[in-house]
Write a protein that binds this ligand. Structure first.
Ligand SMILES: [Zn+2]
Length: 181
């Protein structure tokens, strides 16, 4: 059931799905993404460096709602606003610190829409001249935490002072909320 009590329009999440984004929000140790990747925490949304990269658009960011909701069809207006407000913050910070000359967002729904994690997320990509983002596939596997770290530092420094304060020593994030609550 969605946050406003409607029946979800489309559900592809299997029973017992181990959501990697909710695991991150609970602070559970896992391969990726990890707490070290988080660049901003807001009331309704969290942003972190994606562990999966495109070769010419390294250090792209995922922004997710704290609420576990599968897709754009069923996300609440307040969660969607929280996500998009943070997407804007990240885009500005990325433009200011990455040396990119543009920023693009992508958001996928259902398998035929290219979705493969069943928790709504918005990709925020740095763009460069002739980077051909939409004609290229992501790299195989995940890049290392060490490779992700410089991008985390750039965005954290740019995002500090905006919204909630956060320190460099990372504890568990506030836990995710379920749509039923
Ligand atoms: Zn989730």
């Amino acid at each position: 059931m969605s946050a406003d009590g409607r029946r979800p329009l489309a559900v592809h999440e299997p029973a017992g799905y181990p959501c990697p984004f909710c695991a991150l929000l609970r602070g559970e140790p896992m391969t990726a993404p990890r707490l070290e990747d988080v660049v901003a925490e807001r009331e309704r949304a969290v942003a972190f460096i994606s562990p999966r990269w495109w070769a010419r658009n390294t250090g792209h960011v995922l922004v997710v709602p704290r609420t576990h909701i599968e897709n754009l069809y069923d996300v609440s207006s307040s969660d969607l606003h929280g996500v998009m407000d943070l997407v804007q913050e990240v885009a500005r910070a990325m433009r200011a610190t990455y040396g990119c000359s543009g920023v693009s967002t992508r958001q996928h729904n259902e398998p035929d829409g290219g979705q493969d994690v069943w928790h709504l997320h918005v990709h925020v990509f740095p763009r460069y001249p002739d980077d051909r983002l939409y004609e290229t596939e992501p790299l195989d596997g995940f890049v290392s935490v060490e490779e992700r770290a410089p991008f985390v530092q750039r965005l954290r420094s740019a995002l500090d002072g905006a919204g909630e304060a956060h320190g460099s020593a990372r504890g568990p994030l506030r836990p995710p909320v379920t749509a039923a609550e």
